[in-house]
Design a protein around this ligand. Structure first.
Ligand SMILES: C[S@@+](CC[C@H](N)C(=O)[O-])C[C@H]1O[C@@H](n2cnc3c(N)ncnc32)[C@H](O)[C@@H]1O
Length: 283
């Protein structure tokens, strides 16, 4: 199916309204490659038909199909390694120390925002399991969210094909936290019990989701407009407890968002501990 200049304009606007992803004029090939199948399945002969049908899609099935197809779900276990080292050797020990003597010394709340198919949240869960010997006596909740219902479905199942496991998983962790099934590996229940997944659009208000001790929001804002990215990180900072940690992707930097987002370094990892001051005014 061929895309016209007008199709690119209207579909880009639709995609941006649905999920914040910016498709510039040069992304016609992406629309053709990723949305031709969606259009055909919806019985549309042109992209302009697809646009009209999706704009007025009451039950959102077509809109969700477009989101699933157009968003990039690329992820892997322990992506970039260093954030998980900083989590294990810096953020978690500091948080655990800071919590001792408080009313809830064994409570941790962590958010993997834009969790894709779940590898990030399960990597966090394995890091916690490895670090905290008496984890069963802790109150730990890792919330994994993503806009793609297909990604959330796989994440909740915790079932990964061999090629997904090969990307980033260490053999000793695989043996400890996964069981082998025909053609796949399944996350063991003890790990799955730490993580709950749900659909959430990061463009929409985060009603009642936080507060969190740690937020991972990696490799999603790179697809957003300058304003949407800025608003997202200021709103995420509001969902963190005082002294909470924010991890972003290795190619992302928040230094342009002002002194509140002063980068902190540990080994090769960069993270942020945004102060609460003035956040409301910045959003
Ligand atoms: C490249 S993956 C990143 C996954 C993981 N955070 C990582 O770094 O490996 C980007 C994810 O962002 C999700 N996404 C895109 N727009 C979103 C939005 N508006 N709200 C929530 N998730 C979104 C996509 O569905 C996709 O799963």
């Amino acid at each position: 199916m061929q895309v016209t200049a007008e199709d690119i304009k209207v579909i880009s606007r639709l995609v941006n309204d649905l999920c914040g992803v910016v498709l510039d004029e040069g992304k016609g090939y992406l629309i053709e490659a990723r949305l031709s199948g969606v259009a055909q399945e919806a019985g549309c002969k042109t992209f302009s038909e697809l646009y009209t049908k999706a704009r007025y899609d009451k039950d959102k099935t077509l809109q969700n199909a477009i989101i699933n197809a157009i968003t990039t779900q690329e992820t892997l276990f322990f992506r970039d390694t260093s954030p998980f080292e900083a989590l294990q050797h810096k953020a978690l020990p500091e948080l655990i120390d800071a919590k001792s003597g408080t009313a809830f010394p064994k409570r941790l709340r962590i958010w993997s925002a834009a969790a894709s198919t779940g590898q990030e949240a399960y990597s966090i869960a394995m890091t916690l399991h490895e670090l905290i010997p008496d984890i069963h006596s802790w109150d730990i909740k890792i919330t994994g969210t993503d806009i793609s219902d297909a990604a959330i479905k796989q994440a909740s199942l915790g079932r990964y094909a061999e090629h997904e496991i090969k990307r980033g998983m260490q053999p000793q962790l695989l043996a400890k936290y996964f069981t082998h099934e025909p053609g796949a590996w399944k996350v063991k229940d003890e790990l799955r019990a730490l993580v709950a997944y749900r659909r959430l659009n990061l463009l929409e208000p985060f009603a009642g989701i936080g507060p969190f001790d740690i937020i991972f929001c990696r490799n999603v804002a790179i697809y957003f407009s300058v304003e949407a990215r800025k608003s997202l990180f200021h709103r995420l900072a509001k969902e963190l407890v005082a002294g909470g940690y924010l991890f972003v992707g290795s190619s992302e930097s928040l230094t342009d968002l002002g002194p509140r987002f002063a980068p902190q370094h540990h080994c090769r990892a960069v993270f942020y501990q945004p102060s609460k001051q003035g956040i409301a005014a910045a959003v």
